[in-house]
Design a protein around this ligand. Structure first.
Ligand code: ADP
Ligand code: MG
Length: 253
């Protein structure tokens, strides 16, 4: 098969918080159509790495390139506009608005304008366009039936899917998901996995931080393991699963 497009290059990325090196010269790459897992014990530096990639935190050193363009130091909304979209470890939603409204609104919030001002000035054409796109993305991931439910009434699994629909509205090439399976029931994890496989099939790339080893093993093309801010090892799921280094990091043996 032809070589896949290099989408994201994380090159010796480093983040220090005072004396603490939270991310210590970490490098890895993501190609188009890959699902990459970023795993490691609590405090390993996974979320910080995410925040460095998506522009939420400034780099101490190193570089992040997205589609061949250096994005380190660019504001997160500009990086988002280039085709990178993310979700957060905790679901962000307005509980007494519908799923559709939450997704449509989220797109608008992501455009970076002042929320209330933006809502008040939203013209009819733009409003229509936002809701049409939100509906399209909810249908795409199989949530068409739940569009008019109140977001607060959804179980955690569908709430996470709602967040993914919201992230999809900006038409990203790369989706960053921070612990999307945390707290989900087995069936919900399966549904989430199915959605992510479908997106990969459609050519999208996904980087997911995950604590749940089993979920990551069954889904990803490649896994990057972090511990104490450094990259321990990178490889295909089977290689990672068999690695004594990884076992030691997780089980302390
Ligand atoms: P993970 O997501 O793998 O659990 P984090 O990236 O959240 O790990 O954290 C890595 C380390 O950096 C931890 O020791 C954490 O306490 C520290 N850390 C994270 N964010 C900050 C911050 N804003 N200020 C100071 N220390 C931080
Ligand atoms: Mg984290």
């Amino acid at each position: 098969p032809a070589a896949k497009e290099l989408l994201l290059e994380v090159d010796k990325v480093r983040k220090q918080f005072g004396g603490l090196v939270a991310v210590n010269d970490v490098s890895f790459q993501i190609h188009a159509g890959e699902i990459i897992g970023l795993i490691g014990p609590n405090g390993a530096g996974k979320s910080t790495t995410f925040n460095l990639i998506s522009g939420l935190l400034p780099l101490s050193s190193g570089q992040v390139s997205f589609r061949g363009q250096a994005v380190g130091g660019k504001p997160s909304r500009e990086i988002a506009r280039l085709g990178m979209s993310r979700t957060f470890q905790h679901v962000k939603m307005i509980a007494d608005m519908t799923v559709l409204e939450n997704v449509a609104l989220g797109t608008y919030l992501r455009s970076g304008k002042d929320t209330l001002q933006a809502l008040l000035r939203l013209d009819r054409e733009e409003e229509k366009r936002l809701f049409a796109e939100a509906e399209r993305q909810l249908q795409r991931i199989g949530m068409g039936e739940q569009m008019f439910e109140l977001a607060g009434n959804l179980a955690l699994g569908p709430q996470r899917l709602m967040e993914i629909a919201r992230a999809l509205c900006t038409d990203p090439a790369l989706l960053l998901l921070d612990e999307p399976a945390a707290g989900l029931r087995h069936k919900e994890k399966q549904a989430l996995g199915d959605v992510l496989r479908q997106l990969r099939q459609e050519g999208m790339s996904v980087l997911l931080v995950e604590h749940d080893m089993e979920f990551v093993m069954g889904l990803t093309d490649r896994i990057v393991v972090m511990e104490f801010g450094t990259k321990l090892i990178e490889g295909e799921p089977a290689v990672i699963q068999a690695s004594p280094i990884v076992r030691a990091a997780y089980l302390g043996t």
